[in-house]
Design a protein around this ligand. Structure first.
Ligand code: SAM
Length: 310
């Protein structure tokens, strides 16, 4: 089944999107055996939701082209297209016709873009394996995911952590539906709940309840990302780990906050009661010639401090 799906993936890319072949080959070259295993598993979940691989790959190719165009526009303008969250909500998050394709495209990009393959393997090796085994060695430990989108990160976490339960919060109704169906396809429906909610309101929830937290690619979508880091700190138990990612100088239609330096993200964590344990910053293999901006994705594994001095 997994091999059939991988064969189908390559056949669709070669036949319908020959210009994407090189990029996906670069992603596989990061670690061919692990790429095949992870991509096969993700495609299995996609098919399990009733999703169509060809449609998802088409969405991925369109999204990749749009990302490249947005980056070229950003090079010329020196700033991201949108500044306001309300604009992006109205044009994007609230619109199912856009969000469904977008979310499947983002889901695939987490393994089909080489620099995101690196981030995904870092998530598995350094966060799930190294930081989460101990907190999730007992029953009833809780993982929180902020902005799950398609739900792929949390679903992967539940695969690796058999005792974990997960609560996910996303502002988009499409995300809630897709994340629920993905989790069900992976056999984890009884361990997940997904709720439509603005992440920035989560400071109203009881604090210090999360044994670990995932928040991937949300910070750059916000006008004031500092509020997100305050929420993460509020939700984590002292000593608990979190996996946080963000895009830097990487334009997309829904990116608002322009992170320019990796140190800005480290500083946000440190200013909000968290210690940075490990980081990985990765860039696409090929970028615009003589570009001013190098698009990067950064992952941080952080830990809530027990007190200000620890
Ligand atoms: C780029 S997607 C990331 C999806 C997934 N976490 C990933 O890394 O592949 C951004 C997600 O953030 C969600 N989002 C944007 N603003 C939000 C907010 N204020 N509160 C909760 N979710 C939000 C969007 O609905 C979307 O699902």
């Amino acid at each position: 089944m997994k091999d059939d799906l991988l064969t189908m993936l390559w056949e669709i890319i070669r036949r319908r999107h020959p210009r994407s072949v090189r990029g996906v080959e670069e992603a596989r070259a990061v670690c061919p055996e692990r790429f095949d295993r992870v991509a096969g598993r993700m495609l299995g979940w996609l098919v399990g939701t009733g999703g169509d691989v060809e449609k998802a790959v088409d969405a991925f190719a369109t999204y990749s082209t749009e990302v490249n165009l947005a980056q070229a526009r950003y090079e010329a303008d020196g700033q991201y297209q949108h500044r306001s969250f309300d604009e992006v909500y109205a044009d994007h998050y609230s619109r199912r016709d856009r969000m469904d394709d977008y979310l499947w495209a983002v889901f695939l990009s987490n393994i089909l873009w080489a620099h995101h393959t690196e981030i995904s393997l870092f998530f598995r090796d350094r966060f799930l394996e190294k930081r989460c085994q101990e907190p999730f060695s007992t029953e009833a430990a809780e993982l929180v995911e902020i902005a799950p989108g398609h739900g792929g990160w949390g679903t992967w976490a539940l695969d690796v952590l058999p005792h974990a339960t997960l609560r996910g919060f996303d502002i988009s109704p499409s995300s809630i539906d897709i994340a629920r169906s993905l989790s069900a396809a992976a056999g984890h429906a009884d361990r997940t709940s997904y709720i439509e909610q603005d992440a920035l309101d989560l400071d109203q929830m009881p604090g210090e309840s999360a044994d670990a937290l995932i928040c991937c690619f949300l910070a750059e979508h916000l006008e004031k990302p500092g509020r997100l880091f305050a929420v993460i700190e509020h939700l984590l138990r002292p000593g608990a780990p979190a996996f946080v990612t963000a895009a830097l100088t990487a334009a997309q239609v829904d990116h608002i906050y322009e992170f320019r330096r990796e140190s800005e993200l480290v500083q946000l964590c440190e200013d909000h009661g968290m210690r940075v344990l490990e980081t990985l910053c990765a860039a696409p293999r090929r970028t615009l010639p003589k570009a001013r901006f190098l698009p990067r994705s950064m992952a941080l594994i952080v830990q809530k401090r027990h007190n200000d001095l620890s």
